[in-house]
Ligand binder design. Structure first.
Ligand SMILES: Nc1ncnc2c1ncn2[C@@H]1O[C@H](COP(=O)(O)OP(=O)(O)OP(=O)(O)O)[C@@H](O)[C@H]1O
Ligand SMILES: [Zn+2]
Length: 719
């Protein structure tokens, strides 16, 4: 019989989504097997058994399939539908999506090797071997013991009594568990309102009903605390994590545990949305607004959106949670498509920090030719006060390195990247100039490369410099026990080594740091108990970014940052969030002062509606890259023509096809980038165009020699 098999080979995409092979016996869809592909042998996923009625192309000789991974139960129908939807919606080949979301290790294993991994999993978890499998003698007794023992009662976890907000919200969640077709719920809980406890209880309910729970988080190592809390809460249950930081072998084991139904709870990053779960009963998406839910290459899927889709497909409750929901989700709640659950109070009735906006224009000017200090006098005084009281401060600056650019005052030279349209950042620690876009790194020159001037100067400030300046500014300031203030920094540079982020966060939790300098990383989700001051050192830079989501992002990151302060109810009343800005009158800061997410969201949504931007329209971005910008542009223009022709022929509701333009950073790693935006009032209209148009672009590409890459991004996060 013939099998339709999905393989990961984009170059065969033009042949259709699945390739046909011969098989001596029926193999159910969702099974994995090896198949020959050209001169290679590759992993394939059985998609369908080809019906006898489909005529076979007489010119083609079908090849037989290779060995099946027979010890692995087939991936279920729901999983196949999710993958199919992802491929169609994000315009990628079926096989590419299917194979890219499976653990990479599977590609390397034959059936015997996989059986060994399964045996290892059973041993680790004390599971009996399946019927008919030979068990080594010394282990046979242990396995028998596992089988014979009556299921031990699960130890009772310790859990705090619920706050009133939590209790109300959990009742609404329980109603979804009982519903035939559950409605997606958006949990809008202010920072420190105890959303994690809600997730824990919801997961508990799913597990008690014999189901599996899937909990998605933006970046797992950012919140090691969370994993520990889940593990603690479910003693005796099997919890696995799934993220790219695992070794390939561990990732496979965890995935197998979930797929075989042994794991009760899966905690993972965006890729975990594709984890097969035969007993799925709940999906939680924590910090649902977080941009890292969007994959930035290959199939550029949004794991948050796919979680919602998966919930509908499998009829399980989906809970999206955030203190600052994405405007897309907020709008869904406003129109009643999602149910809004609110937790407007902090646990223990703690207050949110007082937001103080400092007008930088009113601050003393530095002497001629000198750079202003990183913190203006009132903010510095507030930090010093915290140190002397033994409380912690967070200084948030979203720019790493020492200085964003080096500059020669004599000739005007600046540290540009030769391969990108961007400056190279000065990193003082290892004395390098580094491009944050292409990675090009050189030792910092001792003199200006253009004129030989020895006085090249850093311009502006990154976290590395802020840390150095804070050490100097806090000299002589004493902690309550008379010891000096301790300054630390957390950003991508200090946390490159495995485990180092966990270690540095632990030091903050343990009170070994008085002033923590850092990027976005320090503002996300951490439950710091002793922080009473957060300062945004230079938030204005984000305000003027070209992207239409810039205000939403900035508001969200400032509100999340503020949320790290005063989490201990006792200290909440003297907690502050300071903002240094040149535009204190901006509406965004006014809403932030009131902690009024809803007001900010309403004003942003009004603006978006007037401008016809998401969520009131639907976007796709076609990107092209080439050494010669004219080639990238010509490709996009030709693509635009074919889209125009398609629209004219099909009489669809209009899809706006914008002219190709360079993105904000036009050149990266020697390639010029151009992009073309498509915008439609209806998702369906855009999808119908994409479905017919994108496949033709593969052929169009051939006519544009010198084109390095092209890609389509559906629902792009930044444009
Ligand atoms: N019912 C409860 N009783 C006592 N303490 C609680 C309760 N629920 C939560 N907490 C505690 O309140 C603190 C804040 O909770 P949590 O970290 O879940 O907040 P959050 O809503 O996720 O905030 P953020 O959005 O800032 O991450 C935690 O220390 C948590 O242990
Ligand atoms: Zn570069």
């Amino acid at each position: 019989m013939r099998l339709g098999v999905a393989v990961d080979a984009p170059q065969y995409a033009a042949l259709g989504d699945v390739l046909h092979y011969l098989s001596a016996q029926a193999v159910p869809p969702g099974s994995l097997l090896r198949v020959p592909l050209g001169r290679r042998d590759t992993l394939g996923l059985v998609w369908e058994q080809v019906s006898e009625d489909v005529p076979q192309d007489p010119g083609v000789t079908l090849r037989p399939v290779g060995e099946a991974l027979a010890c692995l139960p087939p991936l279920g129908e729901a999983w196949l539908r999710l993958v199919e939807f992802t491929a169609r919606y994000y315009q990628r080949a079926l096989g590419e999506v299917a194979l890219s979301v499976l653990p990479p290790e599977l590609r390397k294993l034959d059936d015997t090797a996989l059986a060994k991994r399964l045996a290892r999993l059973r041993r680790q978890w004390g599971l009996p071997a399946p019927e008919g499998e030979a068990v080594p003698k010394k282990r046979r007794r242990a396995a028998a013991a596992v089988e014979a023992a009556p299921p031990a009662p699960l130890p009772e976890p310790e859990r705090p009594p619920l706050m009133p907000d939590q209790a109300t919200v959990l009742e609404a969640i329980a109603a979804q568990f009982a519903a035939e077709t559950p409605t997606c719920q958006l949990l809008h809980g202010v920072t420190g309102s105890g959303k994690t406890e809600v997730y824990l209880r919801a997961a508990e309910a799913a597990l008690a009903a014999g189901k599996q729970a899937l909990v998605l988080v933006p970046e797992i190592n950012l919140t090691p605390q969370l994993e520990a809390r889940f593990a603690e809460r479910f003693p005796g249950r099997r919890l696995v994590s799934l993220h790219s930081g695992l070794t390939p072998a561990q990732r496979l084991l965890n995935w197998l545990g979930a797929h075989l139904g042994h794991a009760d709870l899966v905690l993972g990053t965006r890729l975990a949305v594709f984890c097969p779960l035969p007993r799925l009963g709940l999906i939680v998406v924590d910090e649902e607004h977080d941009p890292s839910y969007k994959q930035q290459d290959g199939a550029r899927y949004s794991a948050r959106d796919l979680a919602v889709y998966r919930g509908r497909l499998e009829k399980v409750p989906v809970l999206l949670g955030s203190a600052t929901p994405s405007l897309e989700s907020w709008q869904q709640a406003r129109t009643g498509r999602y149910q809004l659950l609110a937790m407007p109070h902090r646990v223990g009735q703690g207050e949110l920090p007082k937001v103080r906006v400092v007008d930088m224009a009113q601050q003393p000017k530095p002497p001629q030719g000198r750079e202003p200090p990183p913190l203006c006098p009132p903010v510095l005084a507030a930090v010093q006060e915290r140190v002397s009281r033994g409380e912690q401060s967070l200084l948030f600056l979203n720019r790493r390195g020492f200085a964003p650019v080096l500059h020669c005052a004599a000739c005007g030279w600046k540290s540009g990247c030769p391969h990108c349209s961007a400056w190279r950042v000065f990193h003082k620690g290892d004395r390098t100039l580094r491009c944050h876009h292409c990675g090009f790194t050189e030792r910092v020159p001792t003199a200006c490369p253009d004129c030989g001037n020895l006085d090249i100067e850093p311009m502006g400030r990154g976290t590395e410099r802020l840390e150095e300046q804070m050490v100097a500014l806090l000299e002589g300031v004493q902690r309550p026990d008379g010891s000096p203030a301790r300054v630390a920094r957390i950003d991508a540079d200090t946390t490159r080594l495995k485990g180092s982020l966990e270690q540095q966060l632990a030091a903050v939790h343990a009170g070994e740091v008085d002033v923590l300098v850092g990027t976005q990383m320090i503002t996300k989700g951490h439950d710091f108990r002793n922080v009473t001051l957060v300062a945004a050192v230079n938030p204005d830079s984000a305000l003027y970014a070209a992207d239409f989501r810039a205000p939403e992002r900035l508001f969200s990151s400032l509100m999340q940052a503020a949320g790290r302060a005063g989490r201990d109810a006792e200290a909440a009343a003297r907690s502050e969030m300071w903002i240094q800005t040149w535009t204190p009158g901006h509406a965004l800061f006014a809403a932030l002062r009131q902690h009024d997410y809803a007001a900010f969201a309403a004003s942003q949504l009004d603006e978006r509606e007037m401008a016809g931007l998401p969520p009131f329209s639907h976007l796709a971005l076609l990107r092209a890259e080439a050494r010669d910008p004219a080639v990238a542009e010509a490709f996009l223009r030709a693509a635009r023509e074919t889209a125009r022709a398609w629209l004219a022929e099909h009489g669809e509701p209009p899809v706006m096809l914008y002219a190709p333009v360079p993105p904000q950073i036009a050149k990266v790693a020697g390639l010029e980038r151009r992009q073309m935006l498509l915008e439609a009032g209806h998702r369906g209209a855009l999808q119908r165009l994409l479905a017919d148009w994108v496949p033709g672009l593969h052929a169009l590409r051939a006519a544009h020699r010198g084109l390095a890459r092209w890609a389509i991004d559906v629902d792009p996060l930044s444009i």
